[in-house]
Design a protein around this ligand. Structure first.
Ligand code: CTP
Length: 421
């Protein structure tokens, strides 16, 4: 993340203590944090703790800002690149949604011209209450990024959705803003710039992403698989969510955290992935990043296949898996923009161009997966891709997978804007 200035508004909830860890993570990542604590927040975390961690004065009331003649509260709200409300209590979100400005935090939130991210934390019933649902919907409509809370046991003894996400996950959501915003300086990036007024260009769109490998069972303990890690697909899901889209992620077996704000469904095999994809349709956009196994065992043994002592190897016959991308392309619920990936080891671009036409995709993102096992794009952190569209081929330089994701999402946003016009 480029050094960024975060204005952190700490609301009054038991999860406020996690804001301290968030301050530490932002600073470790090269960011600067200025903290504002509400009156309620001060019951859970002291301004002195936040001042020590942020190494900056902490603001608590409208009236402690010097030079109010110079409108200190306006200045404070504008100096940041991103305003993060954490924890965002039900009360704070209700005030934000209604435009109430009766203390420093809510005044700053009304006065800011910068993107705002709210990280809710509250009791499950409060989270599920129609009033909170309305407020969250209103805030999202107003352009506020409201993260989904975690599910689990709560401080109050109940169980459900409403826990503050772990600081690491919040930090990742902040860096998504960072990488997307940083794209303005990237020659690959067109408009819009996510860090500006237009920071949620996919708001109102539903994006489907497939990611990871599939596992095709041979017997209860063995399967056919490939080296896909799922990192590129997860990064794309995260970037689309950061751009304001509703994101459905269908994931093969991978060990990755669900990106904030993404609805994830886990599957094992290609057939299960096809089912999940069909249930998720219709969507506006689909990005099929998964490395789907082309073949499965024609029959999956009910019991572990044993060596019979003869030295003979058991026959393994394969059946062709459904082509998920091609079947989505042919579906009556075909998304308006359908993007496939192509994993190639030779003639990368010409194979990708042929694949685009054969499978009926609008765009293909082609990558070269040659290279020794363990040291290739599959499983690695960087990717050099070629974007193949009806208009031609663009060669993108090697960059981290989250930058590829952010650049692709910018491209998608620009395409949608053109398409709408
Ligand atoms: N794909 C799919 N279903 C399959 C195989 C692939 O939906 N059964 C999708 C992938 O998600 C990707 C695109 O098709 O978006 C291309 O995948 P790739 O593995 O490169 O191509 P294959 O179809 O496997 O073609 P080939 O093995 O001939 O390269």
């Amino acid at each position: 993340m480029n050094p960024r200035r975060i204005l952190l508004i700490v609301g009054g909830g038991i999860a406020a203590y996690k804001a301290c860890e968030l301050v530490r993570l932002i600073r470790k990542g090269g960011g600067e944090v200025t903290c504002v604590v509400t009156e309620g927040g001060q019951h859970f975390v002291t301004p002195m703790t936040l001042a020590a961690l942020s190494e900056k004065p902490v603001h608590t009331t409208l009236w402690d800002l010097k030079n109010e003649a110079e409108m200190g509260h306006i200045q404070l709200s504008r100096e940041a690149d991103l305003v993060v409300v954490c924890p965002a209590t039900a009360d704070l979100m209700a005030k934000m949604a209604a435009g109430i400005a009766d203390d420093l935090a809510t005044t700053l939130l009304l006065a800011t011209n910068k993107p705002v991210m709210a990280v809710p934390a509250m009791n499950v019933r409060m989270w599920e209450h129609p009033a909170t649902r309305r407020n969250v919907a209103r805030l999202r409509d107003d352009g506020v990024t409201v993260l989904e809370p975690d599910e689990g046991p709560m401080a109050c003894g109940e169980y459900g959705a409403g826990r503050l996400p772990e600081p690491e996950a919040i930090w990742q959501a902040i860096t998504r803003f960072g990488s997307a915003g940083g794209l303005a300086a990237n020659p690959l990036a067109g408009q819009p710039d996510f860090a500006g007024e237009n920071h949620r260009p996919l708001h109102g769109r539903h994006v489907l992403v497939t990611a990871g490998p599939t596992h095709e069972p041979i017997d209860p303990v063995r399967y056919i698989a490939n080296r896909s890690s799922g990192k590129q697909g997860f990064a794309i899901a995260a970037a689309a969510a950061a751009a304001g889209a509703q994101v459905t992620l269908i994931a093969g077996p991978v060990h990755l955290e669900t990106p904030p704000g993404v609805d994830r469904f886990d599957v094992e095999s290609a057939v299960e992935m096809l089912d999940a994809v069909e249930s998720a349709l219709p969507t506006d956009i689909a990005i099929m990043v998964a490395a789907v196994a082309d073949w499965r065992a024609a029959e999956c043994a009910g019991q572990k296949i044993k060596k019979d002592g003869s030295g003979e190897v058991p026959p393994l016959s394969l059946a062709l898996n459904p082509d998920i991308l091609a079947s989505v392309a042919a579906s009556p619920a075909r998304p308006r923009l359908l993007i496939g990936f192509a994993a190639e080891t030779d003639d990368v671009v010409s194979h990708a161009q042929a694949k685009r036409l054969r499978k009926g995709a609008d765009w293909i993102v082609a990558n070269d997966v040659s290279g020794p096992p363990g040291n290739s794009v599959m499983g690695g952190d960087d990717n050099a891709v070629h974007l193949v569209t009806p208009d031609g081929v663009e060669d993108w330089p090697a960059m981290p997978k989250d930058r590829v994701a952010a650049a692709l999402v910018e491209r998608i946003a620009a395409h949608c804007m053109k398409d709408d016009a």
